[in-house]
Write a protein that binds this ligand. Structure first.
Ligand code: WT7
Length: 653
């Protein structure tokens, strides 16, 4: 790796940003080094309004189940809404909602609080209490953000399920969380089409499969025809009707679980990542302020869905905790055409824009194909900062984003983090860090990321290894819901000296010490910034018992989606050819969509008489990765039971 291009922050950035220049960055790093707990305690007092101030900072007595600020009490919704209104900012716009069809609604802090309070009162009236789990299965909407905030207000733990997950996935999550309520919409409107939500909830709840669940609250978005179960289903507008517009926040302990968010790991079963209230909210707010340099006048736009952690930290919590103004977008980047993002930046005078490399790459392709959707056609002069998240951004996409979207004047913050970390871990700070395309640069001040070998020993710069975090930090995952043992073995394996294992490989530049993420070291794929477990897709495939005998899933590089899912399948019948193979491949793709969701559909499906295995029966995934890439296998295959199979699996049908 050679790090040639280096972009220095302008004098103006260095003078005006919240973190001004590298010396300021370094002094924060030093402060945390000198007095780790003192540093986080100072920030926790500055960024959070506590009902009961904490006296304890970090409690490691039950490591790796760390606690932060444990005797403090707060409410996340109070911190995101009430305190700004008390400070006289009630009329400030909190959310600018743009619908799929371009209609715009602006919601002030006072209005948002009223809606949150009414919904919170409605939830209480339905018997939802502190500690109950509420699943939110909604599209991007003011109501979705309000539903999360309403849960936070009453101390209910929300678990948002992305609207692209299937009934089966939704059912698994409702069951695992033991949810008492689902908040959904009749349909979601995306790309000019109405897509079902309530119908999927109905399917998930079929046959009394979720005994803990009492109510389904339905936001009427499209008015499309839906099925109605009397006694279980309630309209959102009915339950909020007549509710008081104030609702005393439930003051919870800092460690109270604000939310669960299911994510994929290296086994078949998604894990419910549990986050705290105090430590989580601190880092969401702090990173929004320093990484995005959020100022009072900014119009911030994070394009992520609230179904992912990015939408939690950088839509629902971070920007609102700071009293910012942000865009909530219902639609997709390509509707009505691939100029939609640029057109919305122009229209709303967006100043800070945060999106994913996969979106950038597909918009580059579109812009290269048609002048009409090229960012040059739009006035993007309001932009001052760009961000990237979800996967490594390749230097070519970085340069294009910098030049054509950022007008060569906006820094790009390439933010590395995970569902489990709650907020940014390695990222440039725009008024301080010189940028290198393709590198997420340096740790956020106070975050102790490092690169080690399999035994937890530091490796020198310039040499790749395993990415770890040496010290616990406030917004870290607290546990896996219902599975503390899995939490320990996934993130704190015994051999790693008590460091947090991120699951990514990384390398630091020999000269600058800058980090570059080299990709997952476990069986997790990143497809269009969506995290998928290969085992999860394999178990979905083999659950098609009528057809599938065995399946192995690997990733291969893809120009647009980063990685693509490639499945190798052994059928219970003879290996199919030609049209029959195509038809079965389609059937299996649809099956996976039904089991997990359309985002998990394999791009390639190859059929074989069997799979490459060692004599002890272990599937050689390394070889399958070569086959998936279309490479000829040059490694030694003498340990293989059946070397000829590689050629067969490499054949198209
Ligand atoms: C995985 C986490 C972070 C919120 C969205 C995804 C990859 C994320 C970057 C980046 C390189 C990145 C990692 C990580 N990743 N951001 N800037 N550069 N890789 O959250 O679904 O929990 O996925 O996404 O592999 O482990 P997630």
């Amino acid at each position: 790796m050679t790090q040639t291009a280096l972009y220095q922050p302008s004098a103006e950035w260095q003078a005006n940003a919240h973190v001004k220049g590298m010396a300021a960055y370094q002094s924060l790093v030093d402060e945390a080094d000198r007095d780790y707990e003192g540093y986080w305690a100072r920030l926790a007092r500055e960024f959070i309004s506590w009902k009961t101030p904490f006296t304890q900072v970090l409690d490691s007595s039950e490591a790796p189940f760390f606690k932060w600020f444990a005797d403090g009490r707060l409410n996340a919704s109070y911190n995101c809404l009430d305190r700004h209104i008390e400070a006289g900012k009630g009329d400030k716009t909190a959310l600018i909602f743009e619908a799929d069809d371009g209609a715009v609604a602006r919601v002030s802090y006072s209005e948002l609080l009223t809606r949150v309070a009414q919904l919170a009162n409605a939830l209480k009236a339905r018997g939802v209490k502190k500690g109950d789990r509420v699943v939110i299965y909604m599209s991007m909407s003011v109501e979705g953000v309000a539903a999360m905030q309403a849960c936070a207000r009453i101390g209910a733990t929300h678990s948002v399920v992305f609207g692209g997950f299937s009934a089966q996935s939704l059912r698994d999550r409702i069951q695992d969380a033991g949810a008492v309520m689902v908040i959904t919409a009749d349909e979601q409107q995306r790309g000019g089409k109405a897509l079902p939500l309530k119908a999927i909830v109905d399917e998930a709840l079929e046959g009394g499969s979720c005994p803990t669940l009492k109510d389904v609250i339905v936001y009427k978005r499209t008015g499309g025809k839906i099925n109605w179960v009397e006694g279980r289903d309630l309209w959102l507008h009915d339950v909020t009707q007549g509710q008081a517009s104030t609702c005393e926040p439930e003051w919870v302990e800092a460690e109270h679980p604000l939310f669960l968010l299911y994510t994929s790991g290296s086994t078949g079963k998604p894990k419910g990542v549990q986050h705290s209230t105090g430590g989580y909210l601190l880092h969401a707010a702090l990173t929004t302020k320093w990484t995005f340099d959020l100022q009072d006048s900014d119009v911030f736009w994070c394009t992520a869905d609230i179904g992912w952690v990015t939408g939690h930290s950088y839509i629902t919590y971070g920007p609102l905790a700071l009293g910012g103004t942000e865009i909530v977008f219902e639609g997709v980047p390509t509707y009505p055409d691939a100029g939609r993002f640029w057109q919305m930046i122009e229209k709303h005078k967006v100043t800070v824009f945060y999106t994913a490399p996969t979106a950038i790459r597909s918009l580059i392709k579109a812009a290269e194909g048609s002048e009409a959707v090229h960012p040059a056609r739009y006035d993007l002069s309001s932009l001052r900062l760009l961000g990237s998240v979800g996967e490594p951004i390749n230097p070519a996409a970085w340069e294009w984003y910098h030049k054509h979207v950022g007008g060569s004047r906006c820094p790009i913050v390439d933010t590395f983090w995970q569902t489990e970390t709650g907020g940014h871990m390695i990222t440039p700070l725009p008024g301080a860090t010189p940028l290198v395309p393709g590198s997420c640069t340096l740790p956020f001040p106070g975050i102790t990321t490092a690169i080690v070998d399999e035994l937890g020993n530091d490796v020198p710069n310039g040499q790749g290894g395993i990415l770890v975090v040496k010290k616990p930090w406030p917004s870290m995952i607290r546990t896996i819901w219902n599975d503390p043992e899995r939490f320990k073995s996934s993130y704190y394996p015994a051999e790693l000296k008590g460091y947090y294992l991120a699951g990514d490989g990384a390398i630091r530049d020999a000269d600058t010490g800058y980090f570059t993420i080299t990709g997952r070291i476990d069986d997790v794929l990143n497809v269009s910034g969506h995290r998928m477990g290969t085992m999860e897709i394999e178990s979905a495939l083999v659950s098609c018992t009528e057809l599938v005998a065995e399946a192995a899933v690997v990733g291969r590089p893809d120009d647009t989606t980063g990685e693509a899912i490639c499945a190798f399948v052994v059928l219970k019948r003879a290996r199919p050819h030609g049209d029959e193979a195509k038809a079965i491949a389609k059937q299996l793709r649809d099956w996976v969509a039904k089991e997990i969701g359309p985002i998990a559909k394999p791009k390639d499906i190859r059929f074989g008489d069997n799979l490459p295995k060692t004599r002890s029966g272990k599937i050689m995934r390394r070889l399958l990765r070569n086959v998936a890439k279309g490479e000829s296998v040059t490694q030694d295959t003498s340990t293989l039971e059946n070397p000829a199979i590689l050629e067969q699996l490499g054949q198209a049908y």
